[in-house]
Design a protein around this ligand. Sequence first.
Ligand code: IVH
Length: 681
Amino acid sequence: MNGADERGETGAQERAAELRSALEYHGHRYYVLDDPEIGDDQYDALLTELRAIEAEHPELVRVDGVISPTQRVGAEPVSDLVKVRHPEPMLSLANARSAEELKAWVLRMRNHLAREGIEDPAFRFVAEPKIDGLAISLLYRDGRFERGATRGNGEIGEDVTHNLRTIASIPLRLDVDDPPALLEVRGEVYMSLPDFAALNERRAEAGLSTFMNPRNSAAGTIRQLDPKLAADRPLSLWCYQIGVTDGIGFESHWESLQWLRARRFPVHPDVVRLGTEEDVVAQCEAWERRRGSLEFEIDGVVVKVDQADLQRRLGVVGRDPRWAIAWKFAPTTAVTTLRDIGWNPGKFGDLHPYAMLEPVHVSGVTIKLATLHNEEDLARKDIRIGEEVIVLRAGDVIPQVLSPAPHVAERDGRPPPPAVPARCPVCETPTVKPQEGVFTRCPNRDCPGRRWQLLKHYVGAMDIDGLGEKQVGLFMDLGWVRTAADFYDLTADQVSELDGFGTVSAEKLVAAVGASREQPFGRVLFALGIEEVGGVTGRNLAQQFRTIDALMAAGVEAIDATPGVGPKMAATIHEQLHDPIMVRLISDLRERGLQLEQAGAPPDAGALAGKTLVLTGTLPGLTREQATERILSAGGRVTGSVSRKTSYLVAGDSAGTKLAQAERLGVPVLDEAGLLALLDG
Ligand code: IVH
């Protein structure tokens, strides 16, 4: 217990200020001067204490416009990272954009080898995804991970060993009996799409700016000076090459990848070795089709000649090896005219802009609409109605407007910047902008646009199969559904008469709605659509108060005492729970038989009473949801991140940074069997 919980407002403020300046000072000594005065553990303790205070007092994250060291983001000045020279330059790749260009590359290699006296070489090729991240080099000396660096300009990169150490899949020691004197492994660091989405969600919730794309987010993270920040932002790695070596050699690229994989380096499982150009082209096209369903972004396929002796004979031309080429996917940007800007209210009324475009083809898809995130994003992009803009389509995600088309931005007499609407485009209520830095909103809680979003949120949170945004909109238009409670009054007869439904599908839908009555209390709290109440907070509130009546009777201070809830959040939650529309919804849901009480043991009984657990990775026999429910039923709590307050980390397969964090803080780690044993008391 570090006292953050009982400390008063001013005490917390003072202590936070002390901690901030201590962290800045020691951070500078350690990362910049390389002359630390305190140990890692002491530094960690300061940071953890500050994090704990900020969790209770989110208003302290930013003081006088200065962001806390717990939140520092964005690339630091280049000079702060140590420059290192790569033992061998990190090369770039020539491109091929079609089957013809790929065949031309093979022909160039044949001609080159013929001049070297090698007629009719029997090429083997290896085809790999071209990951859209950052190239890095990992140096192992006598089997130990010694240094990791970014590519930089290819000759000179930056030492980011401290951050690479936080990537759990990078072996710190080579798993070999007789390690080579020197081994350089090269690969691409990236942020997976789910991790990127979760990071941005967390940042948005914390009121921080969000990253534009996974690549920027990975680049910003790897170049952080503070490895604790990198540890909080999950990075991943695929290894694709061996660089310099001393004491080990490989006959082929394929062999080197097998060797890496066997030493537990992450090598993508779908890298293949192929014998003909036709197979290579087919493989590139297959990757292009798969592109949207991968967990990470790729911008092409890298094709390499497999045989090491042929690679040597082919050599380098300029900065590109002759023996490798990047097959680039069809372009995903296009230029088109911005016809208009539309605005949609979100579930709390905040207005989200979107672009209406002159239809345009981008990688095989016609785009008419594109997202613009929020009014800040719109202003930053400086686009104007009637002008040409650049549209981007990346994988399966919603297309985005990037910027004005080249030259447009320098024009004189541009149209005025698009205005934020003075009235809600759905219900025409005058909009409000509560304060600077907060988005303009529709204040009407009964706005059909807001209600549609709330209902979509409800069916998503309650996991109701077969109820998508289309059906929700249709039921609203028909006047059948106004609030979530109305879903429970739908009958199969009624639904079966609609286009697109038959008796069976209507019955299924009604059954799915009915089944959601079994969702636990915490889930219902989340589904209500209260600002600040996400899935985790919903569960924690349910655990803390046990019944909706107790929660409704609680004051702001009592709500504030819930794990993961701070004073500002508590005030918002309290206010929204007592809004007449919410009070009515809760009573209607109670009438429809929803779970408004927590099952299981109260927090001061049960095998896990008073314990806080964090889950990470995949457990063999329990889903995340099941494990959480079991812990809650035993009186324990589940939070999202590891701190000194965490009683146990439950780690399954592919546990990442949370495991590293727990090990650093000395938090006990359990596997599934350990958790089950605890649950059994
Ligand atoms: S090989 C031959 N393999 O692409 C040495 N690079 O345009 C060149 N990249 O800087 C690198 N995935 O950042 C190679 N499977 C892969 C790759 C890959 C992504 C990146 C890497 C490099 C750039 C070259």
